[in-house]
Design a binder for this molecule. Structure first.
Ligand SMILES: [Fe+2]
Length: 250
């Protein structure tokens, strides 16, 4: 199998196991079957994703020259790559709202949603409100950004999310506006990622095509993808247990 066919098969796997589209909580969301309080509970927990976007992208930039293995091996194997650094630097600038395709700070935009749902900004991220699953996700997600190799990071963070966000986020925006009465402004964070991630998706695929050279690299990609998929499954399981099944007391 050549690299393009390999990436197609991984992409297929991601679409078939994507929590944003397939988790039972999201199905309830898309069908308009959650209460507004449940949507607000979900938004409180989903905050860990926008909260970690900048550090995760900065982590990837820091790893721009470190592809795999231990750092001395990495330094020998991966000479400074201007294009790679520029691509990853662009994602950091997008995050801060400093590019043409992304003129607003992503983090700031998330509060349009929580404001509309009546959650005071000062309450976002309060330890007493975050569920155990959300804490695990926040920890694993940022830790991976700092410690994974670039190959693991691009596979688990970008390749998993960027291609599927472009499908799931527009659907989510429609559901939030259509079923839960939110404005277009309130869903800006999801709206803009539906767009920005088209560019990031293309970037992640071309970076992977460059980095994946051996059978071992392919095994690492498949493993990293499974880790990346797990982030939103774990996050939404927590929300489901606390706000829908009520098996976790809050
Ligand atoms: Fe972002």
């Amino acid at each position: 199998m050549d690299t393009e066919a390999f990436l197609d098969s991984v992409s297929e796997e991601i679409h078939q196991h994507n929590a944003m589209m397939l988790h039972a909580l999201m199905k309830l969301m898309f069908d308009g079957e959650l209460s507004r309080e449940q949507v607000a509970g979900w938004a409180r927990q989903f905050w860990v994703i926008p909260h970690t976007h900048l550090i995760n992208n900065a982590g990837k930039l820091a790893h721009a020259q470190l592809w795999r293995g231990g750092f001395l091996q990495q330094l020998m194997e991966s000479p400074y790559d201007r294009d790679m650094t520029a691509k990853l630097g662009e994602a950091v600038l997008d995050e801060m709202g400093k590019t043409e395709i992304s003129p607003q700070s992503h983090y700031d935009c998330y509060f349009f949603l929580t404001d509309a749902l009546g959650i005071p900004m000062a309450e976002m991220g309060r330890p007493e409100d975050l569920l155990p699953n959300s804490l695990l996700v926040m920890h694993a997600w940022t830790k991976s950004a700092l410690e994974f190799s670039l190959l693991e990071l691009i596979a688990s963070h970008n390749f998993v999310n960027d291609h599927t966000n472009t499908i799931a986020y527009p659907r989510l925006c429609e559901a939030l506006m259509g079923h839960y009465g939110l404005s277009r402004k309130a869903v800006t964070w999801f709206d803009l990622h539906g767009e920005v991630d088209k560019a990031h998706g293309a970037m992640s695929r071309s970076v992977l095509a460059q980095l994946v050279q051996t059978e071992e690299d392919r095994r690492v990609v498949r493993y990293a993808v499974k880790f990346g998929l797990g982030i939103k499954w774990a996050l939404f399981d927590g929300v489901m247990n606390a706000y829908v099944n009520k098996s976790y007391p809050i």
